[in-house]
Design a protein around this ligand. Structure first.
Ligand SMILES: *[C@@H]1O[C@H](CO)[C@@H](O)[C@H](O)[C@H]1NC(C)=O
Ligand SMILES: *[C@@H]1O[C@H](CO)[C@@H](O)[C@H](O)[C@H]1NC(C)=O
Ligand SMILES: *[C@@H]1O[C@H](CO)[C@@H](O)[C@H](O)[C@H]1NC(C)=O
Ligand SMILES: *[C@@H]1O[C@H](CO)[C@@H](O)[C@H](O)[C@H]1NC(C)=O
Ligand SMILES: *[C@@H]1O[C@H](CO)[C@@H](O)[C@H](O)[C@H]1NC(C)=O
Ligand SMILES: *[C@@H]1O[C@H](CO)[C@@H](O)[C@H](O)[C@H]1NC(C)=O
Ligand SMILES: *[C@@H]1O[C@H](CO)[C@@H](O)[C@H](O)[C@H]1NC(C)=O
Length: 855
């Protein structure tokens, strides 16, 4: 993972018009000047964040072609020599044959007939012996031309620095090339040579920036012979396809080549300046390679006062450039909130993403996104921005190409006629790069998006906490799939809304965007523009997948690196995780391994009855808890007690990051058909709970004993501290159970045998449940303890009809295992065995023996 952003800048290939160079390929050379002059363009006359250069400004710039297309840049240093980067020619440790390469000189635009340009074949490629990869330095190469270049106004060599030459921190220099204009965004036609002004950064300042690990631990140790140039705030940089090209600085009327474009972490990112091979340290190596070649490259001496200039600061501050986007005075007062007014329709809310562009749902502009023509009434469209007295006018509407069929791409960009002055307001929101990983537990807000309906109450202040990717991915029913790891775009982002007093209502408003905060900076993380039912959590389409499209269209939206990356000590989020099978909308019985918050059982509830005792409850649906009747309703009591239910607790002290939830119980439901004291009670909660790592319903078992499952009694060590403990048990076969407890068992009772030494793990007064984890991984509720017993449980299965009718959303798994209702008659049991002998374990042992002998 640490490699995926470290990009040697030589990937892009531009294919020129076929045959464009053929005529001049082997034209005879002209006379060369006796004394080679260097670094002086004829007085006359991408690079990211750069601009078209004027023809003739950079006459030493060459384009290196392989297979008919531009691969790398280079610089002419002598009539027969070109300087470039080793990584352009070395693949997999092997130097490519010189014959595959050609050098195009004097070219400005690579589109169309290349007037004045000429081509030379390459006779030899020379790379330092110890070059072994861009990140290990020595990324330099020399190309000997098969015949000398034809010097002229558009073809001149650059000056080389001597080893003693100093390019002082802060020097303004220029990088040039035909590379990408942004990450993954090739230079558009007509492929005009791009130039960008970059500042040389001191070694200490650059190392300081590259020492920040970032979310994927991308630190980098600069080596001697590397040189950084760029800006801490990024935005101007070299990019793919610029590799091998020169970084030149003007001194005393001449241009010296200070660096060779080598690599970067992305392009133009904040705090990630471009890394160049410093040319000065290679004076001796270059001289050695070109020995005997006349005329050779020129190494003019640096003027002494420049050389003895200010010494390089060695203890520079590690001042990290913070993004200029995403700052809001307070949640809800969003300085990027834009209202797009289209005649004849309601205002549509979007977000300012750069000085000239608004992002909004494409569905706000129906009928305008399907045709290629611009809307006819665009002149009448207006955009209102915060703190701007007048409405802005709209120049262009660019819908996402997939907007009409893909809800996740329901986006359009609107360009303003005139850029706005960015300040405190309006200010753009930050956008995530595709590999952004919004941490579980991130604080997020819902903001207006599209045709938002008026929201009663808190409205745009709705606060949410992001659920882990596992929850979001698996809750939405991606059965058995592996969960996207950090660094890969998630399929959805799920916020759990903060519990509110008036919750319980279903937030049935469809139009929201999700803003998440990192280090005080807000990112537009997700969008949603769908009517939805009450399914929780809400899932938002992640915006990060659209970063490349947005930056391609806008050329300057604020895509920002991740600011927060504290993944906790366990790093558990980085492990590959899979969803259990049998999950579906409103999934049940999920408990991620390793458990997200250490030992949390998301369905285990504390049921506080009348403020005096605590029973175990199990969440069986977002609004329902199942408990044992005998614990909830005391014998003889005639009033319905006051009951509160708590989820997400583990004993008296709350778990870190736990998401505690409490609800009142509105009603207690008992099955009528079982007379006065049925074993199971359903508690209806005052409002639903949001699914979260501490509140998720369990699955229910429809009867019998699940085959191949491991089963547990889940309870508390004691009723006071209530730390959950699980005791391993086996569920006995109906026959053993029947024989062991002959005659005393109500129908549908399960008996268990505790694993050695686990009998006393949980106390019994709170009526603990019996759970099993199926072979597929889901957890199912099988029974609830019968009064006063450790071994006997009232089975859930026989009450399936009643539970399903009372709780529409209860999840019964398909039947499996063997039925536990006995054949009539007790004659299968050996006489007098069962209850005769002391403990159930001893009895069981005897019983098993007898049955085996009989069998
Ligand atoms: C790189 O070289 C190694 C060994 O020389 C070889 O096994 C491997 O297939 C090569 N990889 C590529 C992409 O050529
Ligand atoms: C390569 O070798 C030269 C000369 O021995 C040395 O100065 C330079 O530091 C080496 N570079 C790397 C990257 O090992
Ligand atoms: C980050 O990378 C450095 C150097 O590669 C390594 O020593 C360190 O353990 C890494 N940290 C983490 C958290 O992976
Ligand atoms: C170091 O930081 C201080 C305060 O942030 C600033 O005034 C100073 O200019 C910085 N020095 C350098 C060398 O960047
Ligand atoms: C549109 O959808 C196609 C097919 O799914 C996909 O390949 C393409 O990248 C999408 N376009 C954008 C801009 O995301
Ligand atoms: C933008 O703001 C700056 C500083 O406040 C001001 O000098 C400039 O005139 C403004 N430009 C426009 C186009 O309003
Ligand atoms: C959500 O709203 C729509 C229309 O406003 C309504 O038809 C639907 O029943 C609502 N759903 C819920 C669960 O309230």
């Amino acid at each position: 993972m640490s490699q995926h952003l470290l990009l040697p800048l030589a990937i892009l290939a531009i294919s020129p018009i076929p045959g464009a160079f053929q005529d001049s390929a082997l034209s005879p050379t002209q006379e060369e000047p006796e004394h080679l002059d260097c670094g002086r363009p004829e007085p006359s006359a991408r690079i990211m964040g750069g601009s078209d250069s004027q023809p003739g400004t950079w006459p030493w710039q060459v384009s290196l072609h392989q297979g008919g297309g531009h691969i790398c840049g280079g610089s002419l240093i002598a009539p027969s020599w070109v300087l470039s980067a080793a990584h352009c020619f070395v693949t997999n440790g092997t130097l490519e044959p010189a014959a595959e390469w050609s050098v195009v000189l004097g070219v400005h635009s690579q589109d169309g007939p290349l007037d004045g340009a000429h081509v030379r074949a390459v006779a030899a490629i020379l790379v330092p012996d110890n070059y072994s990869g861009v990140e290990r330095g020595a990324d330099v190469a020399l190309l000997r031309l098969a015949s000398p270049a034809r010097l002229g106004p558009a073809v001149r060599p650059v000056c080389l620095p001597r080893a003693s030459h100093r390019f002082v921190h802060g020097t303004a220099c220029w990088a040039t090339g035909w590379g990408d204009v942004q990450e993954a965004d090739p230079l558009p036609l007509p492929w005009v040579l791009q130039e960008v002004e970059l500042r040389v950064l001191g070694e200490a300042a650059c190392q300081c920036l590259y020492s920040r690990p970032g979310p994927f631990n991308l630190t980098f140790q600069l080596l001697p012979g590397m040189l950084c140039a760029g800006y801490p705030e990024g935005r101007r940089d070299t990019c793919q396809g610029d590799s091998g090209g020169p970084l030149v600085c003007k001194e005393g009327g001449r241009w010296f080549q200070a660096g060779i474009t080598s690599f970067g972490f992305g392009c133009g990112r904040r705090n990630r300046p471009g890394v160049f091979t410093a040319v000065a340290p290679y004076e001796a190596w270059i001289r050695e390679q070109v020995l005997g070649s006349e005329p050779g490259p020129a190494f003019p001496t640096q003027s002494p006062e420049l050389q003895s200039g200010l010494p390089e600061p060695t203890d520079e501050n590690c001042t990290i450039a913070l993004p200029e986007c995403g700052k809001a005075p307070r949640p809800g007062a969003w300085p990027w909130e834009a209202q797009v007014m289209v005649p004849g329709s309601r205002p549509c809310y979007g977000a300012l993403v750069s000085e000239s562009w608004i992002l909004a749902p494409a569905s706000c502009f129906p009928g305008r996104i399907s045709s290629d023509l611009p809307p006819r009434d665009l002149d009448n469209w207006r955009v209102m921005l915060p703190s701007r007295p007048r409405a802005e006018r709209v120049a262009r509407l660019v819908p996402h190409e997939n907007a009409s069929w893909d809800d996740a791409s329901n986006l359009a960009l609107l360009q303003l006629r005139a850029p706005v002055n960015l300040s405190v307001a309006p200010r753009p929101v930050c956008l995530p790069h595709p590999e952004h990983y919004f941490l579980p537990g991130s604080r997020c807000r819902l903001a207006r998006w599209g045709h938002t309906e008026p929201v009663p109450g808190a409205g745009s202040l709705l606060e949410a906490e992001l659920l882990g990717v596992w929850w979001c991915h698996c809750l939405y029913g991606r059965q058995g799939e592996s969960v996207p790891p950090p660094g890969e775009p998630p399929l959805a982002l799920c916020p759990a809304y903060q519990e509110e007093e008036e919750a319980g209502r279903c937030w049935n408003y469809s139009h929201w965007s999700l803003l998440c905060r990192e280090e005080g900076t807000w990112f537009l993380a997700g969008i949603r523009d769908l009517p939805s039912d009450c399914l929780r959590p809400r899932a938002f389409y992640p915006l990060q997948t659209h970063g490349p499209w947005i930056s391609h269209v806008t050329r300057g939206a604020y895509l920002e690196d991740q600011l927060a990356w504290d993944w906790g000590p366990e790093g558990e989020e980085t492990e590959t995780q899979t969803c259990p099978p049998h999950t579906e909308h409103g999934a049940c019985g999920l408990r991620p391994e390793p458990a997200l918050t250490g030992g949390l059982w998301p369905w285990l509830a504390e049921v506080h009855v009348a403020g005096e005792r605590v029973c175990t409850g199990i969440l069986v649906a977002p609004g329902w808890v199942l408990a044992a009747t005998h614990c909830i309703l005391r014998l003889g009591s005639t009033t319905v007690p006051y009951i509160e239910v708590y989820l997400g607790r583990a004993g008296a002290s709350p778990l870190p990051q736990s998401h505690q939830v409490s609800r009142l119980v509105m009603s207690i439901r008992l099955p009528r058909h079982l007379g006065l004291r049925p074993p199971l009670a359903l508690l209806e909660l005052s409002s639903r709970v949001e699914p979260s790592p501490s509140a998720l319903p369990i699955c229910l078992h429809p009867g019998g004993t699940p085959l191949g499952a491991s089963c547990w009694v889940l309870g508390w060590k004691d009723p006071q501290d209530r730390v959950p403990v699980a005791a391993a048990v086996s569920i006995l076969t109906p026959r053993l159970c029947h024989c062991l407890y002959q005659g005393i068992l109500p129908p549908g009772t399960l008996c268990v045998l505790y694993a050695e030494g686990q009998e006393d793990r949980c106390e019994v007064t709170s009526a603990p449940p019996l759970l099993c984890q199926t072979e597929e991984g889901s957890w199912v509720l099988v029974g609830m303890a019968i009064r006063g017993s450790r071994e006997l449980f009232a089975a859930i299965g026989p009450e399936e009809t009643w539970i399903s009718q009372t709780v529409g959303e209860a999840h019964f798994l398909p039947p499996s295992g063997f039925p536990h209702w006995l054949p009539e008659g007790g004659d299968l049991c050996p006489p007098d065995m069962a209850r005769a002998s002391g403990s159930p374990r001893a009895a069981l042992f005897l019983l098993l023996l007898t049955l085996l002998i009989q069998g």
